[in-house]
Design a protein. Structure first.
Length: 169
């Protein structure tokens, strides 16, 4: 499959991921990796949170205050077909994310003992009208970003959105 030709439109998926990464960082998360990919799939964001950095001692194997999140970001515009991205988190997609997370942990064994979870973020995107006289009324959001004539809003962030499925190899 060939790459689509460049256009004047932003890649809304990348911008949605940027918004979620910024929001995570503003809430104390460290972004370890963006768009981690392997032959099994891609994880949009891998982030780590240390509840108490002062008392966490990773050298001695004390990870109870840290968590590793594998974050799937779904960015959608009005009139989308999959309930704002919610219907796109199928069992097959969850299995791919879990397998890809396993590859990540194999490549970064120093993170393998951290408690892990799978989070999902939903971002709403709309094109801003140049002829807009009044305010845009949209559902409340956790955070928002305007760029290149579009407005992006983090509508929902679900920690531990699903459990790792049992994989049979």
């Amino acid at each position: 499959m060939s790459k689509p030709p460049p256009s004047n439109y932003p890649d809304i998926g990348d911008i949605g991921e940027d918004l979620v990464a910024q929001w995570l960082q503003s809430n104390g998360w460290e972004i370890l990796h963006r768009r981690f990919s392997c032959r099994w799939g891609e994880i949009d964001i891998v982030a780590q949170y240390d509840n108490n950095k002062a008392t966490t001692n990773h050298q001695n194997g004390n990870y109870q205050d840290s968590i590793l999140a594998f974050v799937e970001v779904k960015t959608r515009s009005a009139g989308n077909w999959d309930a704002g991205g919610r219907n796109a988190i199928t069992a097959k997609k969850q299995a791919k994310l879990c397998h890809t997370a396993g590859i990540f942990l194999a490549q970064y064994p120093e993170k393998a003992d951290y408690p892990c979870r799978f989070d999902v973020a939903f971002v709403f995107c709309q094109r801003l009208s140049k002829n807009l006289d009044g305010a845009i009324i949209t559902p409340e959001s956790l955070t928002s970003l305007s760029i290149q004539g579009y407005e992006f809003k983090l509508q929902d962030y679900i920690p531990a959105a699903f459990d790792a499925p049992i994989l049979n190899y």
